[in-house]
Design a protein around this ligand. Structure first.
Ligand code: AKG
Length: 328
């Protein structure tokens, strides 16, 4: 049985699935949101147009706090399907860590989303069919562990979190060059796993996982609705570092608010839904506010990380590979 094949039966959410996720850093659930996907697509387009007006076909759009601006999407976040999946992967005390809507018009360079000690995940709900030639996501399984040697080798070869200009790996020339996902046919050497999707499938990955998407041929817009969650380490696995790691997670969340010019961590629809589960899973982050004076409305273009976020990501890099040149 393969956990990434395209047969249309969603996998059972059980211990095996969780172990697969914890080992490889991702899992794909075929057709998990098949019943909901049409309504999600309509709401996606409505929200994007309401915020950005007529959508241009030649630029990328990022809408932070996406579901947080839609009662319908927040009801999805509070539905048993999403709660069951989030709880299986991040524990019963998981925190909802926000959402985004994206329209991509190219590929995406090799990168991680974070390098976080606290388990932190993204559910990716693509609204198009994306296969190996049309921009599906490519993953490096097992690259999610912060102190791991393989992960450290990758970290040291990647330009991330500095902005990629040659696809993420080719900038530093640590590995043979020829790995640029945004140039057609030029992502040739990195041994990645492409994860094809159809509308209704859900891919979940660990935010630390190294990933990219090859530029689709022919070029087409790809819409992605993303939901983010993390564990609450203090409740799930209290240990001497849990306070410190959770503080770091809060710092990261504050820096993201700054990056996207957000006053509060969540958008308005989150505060409207007062179910016990929503209150529980937003408790960690619902009172985070920013006291920055100057507030603009984020314009949907995400080019580079702001300096605070960049420093944060750089601080979490490790060099554990250095002592392993002649060791296994
Ligand atoms: O689909 C893509 O182009 C990339 C998605 C991605 O990088 C992400 O969701 O973090």
């Amino acid at each position: 049985m393969s956990l990434v094949e395209t047969k249309k039966q969603p996998l059972a959410i059980n211990e095996q699935l969780v172990r697969f996720f914890d080992t490889f850093g991702f899992v794909k659930l075929n057709g998990y949101l098949l019943e909901e996907i049409q309504a999600i697509g309509l709401e996606f387009d409505r929200l994007m147009t309401k915020r950005y007006g007529e959508i241009e076909s030649n630029r990328h759009y990022l809408y932070p706090q996406f579901a947080d601006n839609s009662t319908m999407l927040m009801e999805l976040v509070d539905s048993s399907k999403i709660k069951q999946l989030a709880a299986a992967l991040c524990g019963d005390n998981y925190a909802y860590k926000g959402s985004d809507g994206n329209i991509f018009v190219s590929g995406s360079p090799w990168h991680r989303d974070y390098l976080s000690r606290v388990k932190s995940i993204k559910m990716l709900i693509y609204l198009e069919h994306n296969d190996v030639d049309s921009g599906c996501i490519n993953l490096l399984p097992g690259s999610q562990f912060v102190n791991d040697v393989y992960s450290a080798y990758l970290t040291n070869s990647l330009t991330w979190p500095e902005p990629p200009v040659l696809g993420g790996f080719d900038e530093k020339e640590c590995l043979p060059v020829g790995n640029n996902p945004v140039i057609p046919g030029l992502n040739r050497l990195i041994p990645y796993v492409p994860i094809e999707t159809s509308p209704g499938d859900v891919i979940v990955f660990n935010h630390n996982l190294v990933h990219c998407a090859n530029i689709p041929i022919p070029i087409k817009p790809r819409r992605l609705f993303g939901l983010h969650f993390c564990a609450d380490l203090r409740k799930e696995m209290p240990c001497h570092d849990s306070e410190r790691y959770m503080e770091e997670l809060l710092e990261l969340s504050r820096l993201e608010m700054k990056q996207f010019d957000l006053k509060r961590f969540y958008g308005p629809a989150v505060y409207k839904i007062q179910t016990p589960s929503m209150l529980r899973h937003t408790e960690l982050l619902r009172s985070l506010t920013s006291d920055d004076q100057q507030r603009d409305v984020f314009n949907g273009c995400y080019e580079t990380m702001a300096s605070g976020l960049l420093d944060f990501c750089n601080r979490h890099k490790t060099n554990t590979h250095l002592n392993h040149r002649y060791l296994n």
